[in-house]
Write a protein that binds this ligand. Structure first.
Ligand code: ZN
Length: 620
């Protein structure tokens, strides 16, 4: 009997796993009441959760993040930041020097599942909770937690009294459920890097002394009791009794909740046409308050551009909040430092806002695929900043390519598929996540052509919003839109540090043809475009796809002649391009003249007959 039950169960689960892979999401709805005492920087609260198990698995344990416990001397984050070869200057050894009243902590004193008390194991920033009753596939459970915390002196992202005098930057502050997906639990100890969360609805009630102005994820429900720029136009302020205010925030379909509090916040609003209401919270500081005013219409323009090009922003509100230690993204809000000149304040705002698309709504597992968040956000930021400040002469993605080239040259690159916490250096993490991630997309545009690529970028957002896509989901969207087979691109550019280098190895002129030998000197394969300029003034591009792409990019409105040549068999180290005209008619031959490929040696890409002798000496 037992055997039969087991095999039936296995068949059922096996079937479910295959059928539901990447389609199911766990869900958790939070209702949090918290009281922050500004005299000792401590807070206590109650968190009620409804956890819905949409997985095909019975859940016997659950895990929570307790991020604030990282701000204790000797914590994993402290050790990591003191022992990594190139520490983040904001952290370095600062955690090890915190006095008890400056540390952070977050403890769960009691947790119940459907009314029954559960046993827990707190391992620094992760709380492991054993359930009294498994949650069946498709089932749900209610949890009630009592928690207490201390806000650390600001070290990284969250904390009190930041360098610009913002009292409370409250990110990673509550017991946050870890995500469970097709790969299982993701209970990563916090060492200061990336995040991953469960989709759900948040109701957060925060009680604090009335002198504070609050800002946070979501929409404030009781602005009419608060004031501070939150009173609806047609309403009157009806203040709460007593010396404290309870601020009631709601946010639906988000995976985290941030807030901040300061007595000196100004609060402005600006409406994005056919988009969200933007909120700006900043100190009325004579040095930069006017810069915050100047930035607001640019932020409105940025949201319109982002929605048009990368997918429609799905929420009603977005808050740009002075706080934190640089710029950090959260759902429906960001914490940024505010003492900046206009380009810098706009740049950081645009970058964090663009995260709404890749971290907020697509919400890839950033620990596993940091480049799909930071890199794609950097890609969108660059184009949005070009739109705002360099209309007509965009700088494109050049600086990302250069950042990638630098680390390759220094021999310090680590592959994109490295888990964010486990890069050897901060430098390798930063270059992979930001620069190579941006190059990944820019180079896809080179491979697919702009029409298919831009459409696929929108497809990606629309098909995978609120679904935690991974690199396979992404490349599949690109394949569907372009009709090309592209798995080789991830296999080389994501999973390895192999580099691209093509060169013009030899040019032979005959009476009626010019024979060009192109050599693949790098280990990574790519489709090529070779642009030939003729002495007549005409231009012709020869397109050489890889055989394993099963197709090639279209001309997409290219101005010259577009000639598709037989595929390059990927195993071949060289390719013979025969141009049916004598060399005397050719002005130049140029592999990838638009620099779309991350070719680590571009010096050997161009051949000019008049300079032939020097070319071949340098090209050796
Ligand atoms: Zn970022």
């Amino acid at each position: 009997m037992r055997r039969i039950v087991f095999s039936l169960l296995a068949i059922a689960l096996g079937f479910n796993t295959n059928a539901q892979q990447a389609t199911w999401q766990q869900r958790v709805n939070y209702a949090i009441d918290v009281n922050l005492d500004h005299t000792n920087h401590r807070y206590a609260g109650k968190e009620r959760l409804v956890y819905i198990n949409n997985s095909p698995d019975a859940i016997t344990k659950v895990f929570f993040h307790l991020y604030n416990n990282a701000f204790q001397p000797g914590s994993a984050m402290d050790v990591r930041s003191r022992t990594i070869v190139d520490p983040d200057g904001r952290v370095s050894d600062r955690i090890s020097k915190l006095k008890p009243e400056e540390t952070g902590y977050l403890h769960v004193s009691r947790i119940q599942q459907d009314g029954k008390v559960l046993s827990t194991l707190e391992s620094e920033t992760i709380l492991e909770v054993t359930l009294v009753k498994p949650i069946a596939p498709g089932g749900k459970a209610s949890f009630e937690l009592d928690f207490e915390g201390q806000v650390p002196l600001q070290i990284r992202r969250s904390g009190r009294n930041n360098s610009e005098g913002i009292d409370y930057s409250m990110s990673q502050w509550y017991p946050k459920m870890c995500e469970y997906d097709t790969h299982g639990w993701h209970a990563n100890p916090y060492i200061g890097r990336e995040f991953y969360g469960v989709w759900g609805d948040f109701e957060v009630n925060i009680t604090m002394d009335k002198k504070y102005v609050l800002a946070g994820t979501g929409v404030l429900q009781n602005g009419n009791e608060i004031g501070c720029g939150y009173v609806a136009e047609d309403a009157k302020l009806k203040p709460q009794a007593g010396y404290k205010n309870t601020w009631r925030f709601k946010a639906n379909n988000v995976h985290d909740f941030v807030w901040a509090a300061d007595p000196d916040y100004a609060h402005d609003q600006a409406q994005v046409p056919d988009g969200p209401m933007l909120h700006f919270f900043y100190q009325k500081n004579a040095d930069y308050a006017s810069v915050w005013k100047e930035m607001q219409p640019l932020a409105v323009k940025a949201f319109t551009f982002l929605s048009n090009n990368y997918g429609k922003y799905p929420y009603s509100d977005y808050s740009i909040i002075q706080g934190g230690d640089g710029g950090m993204e959260y759902p429906m809000a960001t914490l940024i430092t505010g003492n900046r000149k206009l380009p810098s304040l706009t740049g950081v705002t645009v970058h964090e806002a663009a995260h709404s698309w890749y971290q907020g709504v697509l919400a890839t597992n950033e620990s596993l695929y940091c480049w799909m968040d930071e890199g794609f956000t950097s890609f969108a930021t660059q184009e949005t900043m070009d739109h705002l400040f360099r209309s007509g002469m965009p700088s494109g993605h050049k600086s990302a390519y250069n950042g990638y080239f630098d680390i390759v040259r220094e021999g310090k690159e680590e592959a994109l598929d490295t888990h964010a916490d486990h890069y050897i250096t901060n430098y390798a993490y930063g270059t992979a996540a930001y620069s190579k991630g941006e190059v990944y997309l820019a180079q896809l545009e080179y491979i697919l052509g702009p029409v298919a690529f831009r459409a696929a970028l929108l497809d990606y957002f629309n098909a995978f919003k609120f679904r935690h896509p991974d690199p396979y989901d992404l490349i599949r969207v690109m394949e569907k839109r372009s009709g090309l087979e592209l798995d080789w691109y991830n296999e080389y550019f994501v999973n390895t540090t192999k580099t691209i280098d093509y060169s013009i190895a030899m040019v032979n002129g005959t009476a009626n043809a010019t024979e060009v030998t192109i050599a693949r000197k790098g280990d990574m394969i790519m489709p090529l475009e070779v642009e030939v300029k003729y002495t007549s003034g005409e231009t012709e591009t020869f397109v050489i796809a890889l055989d394993i792409m099963r197709g090639e990019k279209p001309a997409d409105g290219y101005n010259g002649k577009w000639t598709i040549l037989p595929d390059w068999k990927w195993v071949e180290p060289a390719y013979l391009l025969s141009i049916p005209t004598p060399i005397s008619n050719i002005e130049s031959i140029h592999i990838d003249s638009y620099e779309g490929m991350a070719d680590v040696n571009r010096k050997n890409n161009q051949f000019v007959p008049a300079e032939a002798q020097t070319f071949f000496i340098e090209n050796r």
